[in-house]
Design a protein around this ligand. Structure first.
Ligand SMILES: [Zn+2]
Length: 328
């Protein structure tokens, strides 16, 4: 039985259905909420809001979201469990770290060769999230997340990326890496993962779709990774029309098996503080879960991408990514 862990437990890979490969339910700092959130954070309202948005997404035909919210983005699984209990959408959650430069101090003094000599504690923590579940919830992480944002990764970032790679080798869990299109940092991620012996078919280069450089994108795809065409609606990084053109060009060259789709959207992100509900729709009107269903898929079809290629990106590639040892 080929399954993937979700917030509600294991789901058959064949039941994932149309999948958005990079969406957050919330991006929310616990410290921010606890110290400055009294004006804008209403737990019950936000849970109901997320349930409504996910149910509306399900009605558009999307059955699964893959949520790479880890430490650094405010992962809090009990809240996600409440939501998962009220929506048919499968939510797949992650373990790892979301930082661009600085290793959290909580890992700075523990580990091989450090003040407190011990095996790499990140590998210990990430592996437990995958094998036993997250923070006593019983919810298991199904994939790993890290970031390579800058063109020269700091020693802390390199340590995190290698810890993620080693956890992948121990557990078989696939990896999603946040990268920068302008810095073309997907190349750095591929280099480090190669050095660590990672199966590149189990690596998704997040935010590859911020780039329209076909040489860069085909170089990555030819290395065997999946390209995350995953920020539809974030027009500030790359407008939808450009993203569509790039996907169509890659699909016409036979790269549909190398691409997945998403928005990197959320129901609430505290980067906007109390201005979230008023300013986000104004500043980024298409940055929501339904932009792909409503606008992008018709645009892809009009640009010459076939329905079969869309199915490859939304159905087959996610299953292959989560299949253990190619068992799907
Ligand atoms: Zn994201």
């Amino acid at each position: 039985m080929a399954v993937v862990e979700t917030v509600r437990g294991p789901v058959e890979l064949s039941d994932l259905g149309p999948t958005l490969m990079h969406e957050h339910v919330y991006v929310l700092s616990t410290e921010h909420v606890q110290n400055y959130g009294s004006d804008w954070w209403d737990e019950e309202f936000r849970v109901a809001d997320a349930v409504a948005k996910l149910n509306s997404l399900y009605a558009k035909g999307i059955h699964t979201i893959v949520d790479p919210t880890v430490w650094g983005l405010g992962r809090y699984i009990p809240r996600i469990q409440r939501i998962a209990a009220q929506t048919p959408v499968n939510i797949i959650v992650a373990t790892g770290l979301y930082v661009y430069e600085e290793l959290p101090q909580q890992y700075a003094y523990r580990g091989p060769g450090l003040l407190l000599e011990m095996p790499e504690p990140m590998v210990t923590d990430f592996s437990r999230d995958i094998a036993e579940g997250i923070a006593g919830t019983g919810v298991k992480a199904a994939f790993l997340k890290c970031c390579v944002e800058t063109s020269e990764p700091t020693p802390g970032i390199e340590r995190i990326v290698r810890a993620v790679a080693r956890t992948h080798l121990e557990t078989g869990a696939p990896i999603t890496v946040h990268t920068s299109g302008p810095h073309q940092s997907g190349r750095i991620a591929v280099r480090i993962f190669r050095e660590e012996g990672v199966d590149l078919a189990k690596v998704m280069i997040g935010h590859a779709g911020d780039s329209n450089d076909l040489d860069y994108l085909t170089e990555l795809a030819d290395a065997g990774v999946l390209l995350g065409m995953d920020r539809f609606g974030l027009d500030v990084f790359n407008p939808t029309a450009e993203r569509v053109k790039t996907i169509a060009a890659l699909a016409s060259r036979g790269y549909a098996p190398s691409m997945v789709l998403a928005h990197d959207a959320n129901c609430f992100i505290d980067y906007w503080g109390g201005l979230h509900d008023t300013m986000k729709p104004q500043a980024l009107p298409n940055w929501h879960y339904e932009h792909i269903s409503d606008d992008v898929l018709p645009a892809l079809l009009a640009a010459g991408v076939s329905q079969a290629q869309i199915d490859t990106m939304m159905l087959e590639n996610p299953v292959r990514y989560f299949a253990k040892g190619g068992a799907a």
